[in-house]
Design a protein around this ligand. Structure first.
Ligand SMILES: C[C@@H]1N[C@H](CN)[C@@H](O)[C@H](O)[C@@H]1O
Length: 440
């Protein structure tokens, strides 16, 4: 029987279920690349969630917010711009400087594949309104100017050739080509949001354009969707699901329908019963920030811990890279992807295609963490926060045996009461979080 078709009603849309591929994927690569990658600057201030909103926008660590950081007329972003480029240098003057002269999309896809990424999400239009695809609704795009290439199309082809799914990010509510008053706080942010019906039509048409042209596996909308076209959303989702049967949409279309919830940098409230996704940059920014060197980026142990703790609690990790304007990925970001890929090549069997165990994650006072996943009858245990050499931890209410996924690791297991005591004999820090399996 032909697949059921969705109709333009909330009732029909809400019947869509999270496809297996997305639940199994666990790890994707986010990419923020745009005009802002030319100045590549933001103050290294706070992680999202750690700052007062009133402080955030004039000290914004998101380099992709460069336009607004200058537009506010004060703060480190503005001062940096005036000092380096002069007060008369306009954001659009960066466009001819974005040449992507060293961009090889196949090389990016190779790096993502080696990292173990199962999907990619690329910014097709960020808040600055510049489109990385040949939109018929605006010439403010990467084919008509700047790189003079269909970045979305070329990367989609390269990523899919590497056997990785392609998703698309779209800034549905904010577009500084339509409303560009400086944003100092959330009232300004939502005050500039989707100012007119003309913009609502524009964004609806562009989203449909992206669906029809690229058939993305993920529609990753950001901040919200124009209220003026909210009642038309079921038609857009029906069109999408009918065209991309196993496509997924995130919760940032005003939260009226979603396949997965999104978190940004901080987990906050956790509901393991729903599929969710954590996104973050490797530093405090999504766009490339030239003052974020190796020391300012998340360490590899913390990156592995983030992946393990996210997956164990029913999440996917969407880890961002911020490419340089020339199209190369900063070496310190590539190194983290390579090491994560090496870890996954040994421990990925306990990550990909698994489901959360009914065992909750345990964060012990001594800093050790235990996270659990399962695949059918097999239990996977991930222990983190270990010290070199000998570590002991108890898996309670467990009557099987466990063996390490990393052959270098030597462990002893001793039945203890209703559980199993695990003792590592030769743990080394470079093993990061260790994976154990109950599979014989
Ligand atoms: C993934 C991130 N989302 C925020 C909005 N929460 C954006 O403002 C930011 O630039 C980045 O795209």
């Amino acid at each position: 029987m032909a697949d059921k078709r969705y109709t333009g009603s909330w009732e029909s849309i809400q019947k869509h279920e999270v496809p297996k591929w997305y639940d199994d994927a666990k790890f994707g690569i986010f990419i923020h690349w745009g005009i802002y990658s030319v100045p590549a600057y933001a103050p290294h201030t706070w992680e999202l969630g750690d700052a007062q909103v009133t402080d955030w926008f004039c000290n914004n660590p998101y380099a992709e917010w460069y336009y607004n950081s200058v537009n506010v007329g004060r703060g480190p972003g503005y001062e940096h711009h005036v000092e380096k480029y002069g007060a008369d240098f306009k954001y659009e003057d960066f466009i001819p400087m974005w040449k992507a002269e060293n961009w090889n999309p196949d090389e990016w896809a190779r790096i993502f594949k080696k990292a173990g990424a199962q999907y990619v999400v690329l910014t097709t239009k960020h808040h600055d309104g510049f489109c990385l695809f040949p939109s018929k609704y605006t010439d403010f795009n990467s084919v008509k100017m700047g790189p003079e290439r269909d970045i979305t199309g070329e990367l989609t082809d390269a990523v899919r050739s590497a056997g990785i799914r392609m998703g698309l990010y779209y800034s549905g509510l904010i577009d500084w080509q339509f409303a560009n008053d400086p944003i100092f706080d959330d009232d300004d942010l939502f005050g500039t949001a989707s100012p007119t019906y003309a913009y609502a039509d524009f964004s609806y048409n562009q989203m449909k354009e992206l669906i029809d042209k690229y058939e993305p596996s993920v529609l990753w909308n950001d901040i919200g969707w124009p209220k003026q076209s909210e009642e038309a959303m079921p038609y857009l989702f029906a069109h999408y699901y009918n065209k991309v049967r196993d496509g997924v949409v995130n919760d940032r279309f005003n939260g009226k329908h979603y396949d997965f919830l999104t978190k940004e940098y901080q987990v906050g409230e956790m509901d393991r019963s729903q599929k969710w996704e954590m996104c973050r940059g490797m530093g405090l920014s999504f766009g490339y920030n030239e003052i974020e060197g190796d020391d300012q980026l998340i360490t590899v142990p913390k990156l592995v811990n983030l992946l393990v703790s996210t997956v164990a609690n029913n999440g996917n990790l969407l880890l961002n890279i911020g490419p340089k304007a020339d199209g190369t990925i900063p070496a310190e970001q590539v190194r983290r992807l390579e090491i994560l890929g090496e870890w996954l090549s040994v421990n990925g069997v306990g990550i990909f295609g698994t489901h959360p165990s009914d065992r909750e994650s345990e964060i012990r006072e001594d800093g050790m963490e235990l996270h659990y996943t399962r695949k059918d009858h097999v239990l996977y245990v991930f222990a983190d926060g270990l010290k070199d050499g000998v570590n002991e931890f108890l898996i309670s209410d467990f009557h099987g045996n466990l063996r390490p996924l990393d052959e270098r690791l030597q462990i002893e297991t001793i039945p203890a009461g209703d559980g199993l005591l695990v003792r590592t004999k030769n743990y080394q820090a470079g093993m990061y979080a260790i994976g154990l399996t109950s599979e014989g």
